[in-house]
Design a protein around this ligand. Structure first.
Ligand code: NAD
Length: 451
């Protein structure tokens, strides 16, 4: 099928690349000229494992093109995926101006009817508004558009794998023809009919993902409901960690046992610095706002958000307690991305931690395997080093703020010897407390004995 993708960020590039990989003809566009220049030149503006290879292979096969002519991109596809950003406004409400802009673009530039698919995360009822906007702005060309919702559940860091091996595919539709078209788009993925770039030589056996067909409003709600529930689980584990600290229990033992109950499950029960990124923080806010706008008080989620914000302060309190005076101290920070295996620093807890440390007068230097460039645009001037050992040199304290595997495998004896004082604050519970103490570190983490 011929497919257009509007918005070439994390979701747009993975969607476009993977749909081309499985055999569709895909044309992508974005309204950021810098981003388009990179993509047209064969470069990938984000770090996401396997994405470079997927995009390069699809281009070589002639199934993936990038154009900055938005109208051309709109006309190219029978189905159009909207993958633009939906950032939070000051109130927490989702800013849907990019969706509105794209609706007007499609309505005025299309020359034939299209299936317009919301892939961006949007509040329930957006599909209705989108359909209305498409109808109003296309009145001169008399085209009829169908709208579908197809929320994306990929996780940055494993996005290509998640897209090609989803747990479920959700489509919200109004017409049978839209369901059939979505089924056709996802048929190679549903039937496993593609060459997988992630697993060589063959994918491990996995059950066929279900494709759930719902109303558009349910589909929109499913995405916000899922992300908010995940956020709630994380905040729950974090409050448990605080309780464990007071009672001398170990949060890892507690959450491990909890997670073995299939009704609870082990994921998203990791205590630490809390959630960040471009999904959970904004989606939970948008969901709270949506609920309030229709008279439902989702207090549970407000508390989830409050607990998450408090994590930063709890870490800073640990830093202050250990350092006594923060001003003029050399503080090394390992990790800037909101989670490992991505360069995404949007709403990353590490960014807020560094801002606060700098405001308190600390001399901060930081290291991240992929995110230093993007962090540089958000942070006040601090020192960056590719080499984590440089960050540790003469440091009064070292903080772990992203759980990159590289950090676990560092030569910690060497780090201890490089530091002015072997003080380690592991805000992601990445390392083993007993081992670190045996090495001679003053070691702090969340919810584990002696932390
Ligand atoms: N990042 C994730 O892990 C993830 C996962 C699932 C869903 N989502 C949702 O998908 C959407 C996109 O997320 P993302 O992380 O890819 O965002 P992003 O900021 O990385 O990408 C959005 C892209 O859209 C482009 N854009 C904005 N307005 C445009 C317009 N009018 N015309 C053309 N291009 C336009 C921007 O230039 C940008 O490149 C959001 O709604 C997000 O909540 C994100």
């Amino acid at each position: 099928m011929r497919i257009s993708v509007i918005g070439c960020g994390y979701v747009g590039l993975v969607t476009g690349g993977c749909l081309a990989e499985v055999g569709h003809e895909v044309v992508c566009t974005d309204n950021d000229p810098g981003r388009m220049a990179m993509l047209e030149g064969g470069r990938v503006p984000i770090y996401e494992p396997h994405l470079d290879a997927v995009l390069a292979a699809a281009r070589r096969a002639g199934r993936l093109t990038f154009t900055r002519h938005a109208g051309e991109a709109v006309r190219a596809g029978d189905a159009i995926f909207i993958c633009v950003g939906t950032p939070p406004r000051q109130t927490g409400e989702a800013d849907l101006s990019a969706i509105d802009n794209v609706a007007r673009l499609i309505a005025t530039e299309a020359r034939s009817p299209k299936l317009v698919i919301e892939k961006s995360t949007v509040p329930a009822q957006t599909g209705l508004q989108l359909k209305r906007a498409l109808a109003v702005y296309s009145r001169k060309n008399g085209l009829a558009f169908r709208v579908a919702s197809n929320p994306e559940f990929l996780r940055e860091g494993t996005a290509v794998e998640d897209f090609l091996h989803p747990d479920r595919i959700v489509v919200g539709v109004e017409e049978q023809s839209s369901e059939e078209q979505c089924r056709e788009i996802y048929r190679p993925i549903l039937e496993g009919l593609f060459h997988c770039p992630v697993h060589t030589p063959a994918c491990p056996p996995t059950p066929t993902p279900p494709m759930l067909v719902t109303t558009i409003a349910s589909s929109e709600l499913i995405k916000h409901a899922s992300n908010s529930f995940l956020a709630l689980k994380i905040s729950y584990a974090n409050v448990l960690a605080d309780l464990c600290e007071r009672l001398g229990a170990n949060v890892e033992e507690v959450t491990r046992a909890m997670g073995l109950d299939p009704r609870i499950g082990p994921q998203f029960l990791r205590a630490g610095l809390g959630f960040g990124g471009f999904c959970l923080p904004k989606d939970i806010q948008a969901f709270i706002w949506l609920a309030e706008s229709v008279g439902v008080d989702f207090g549970l989620l407000k508390e989830t958000e409050r607990v998450n914000r408090q994590r930063i302060e709890l870490l800073l309190e640990k830093v202050r307690r250990a350092l006594w005076v923060v001003k003029d101290k050399q503080v090394g920070v390992l990790g800037l991305a909101f989670k490992p295996n991505t360069d995404d620093v949007r709403f990353a807890p590490a960014i807020e931690v560094i801002n606060r440390l700098v405001a308190e007068g600390a001399q901060v230097r930081a290291c991240d395997p992929e995110a230093m460039e993007k962090a540089g645009a958000l942070l006040p001037p601090i020192a960056y080093h590719r080499d984590p050992y440089e960050v540790a040199k003469n440091a009064d304290a070292l903080l772990i703020t992203t759980e990159w595997e590289e950090f676990r495998r560092l030569d910690w004896e060497r780090i201890r010897d490089l530091m002015a004082r072997p003080l380690l604050l592991d805000a992601r519970n990445l390392l083993d407390p007993a081992q670190m103490k045996a090495l001679g570190f003053e070691y702090h983490s969340f919810g584990r004995p002696g932390c």
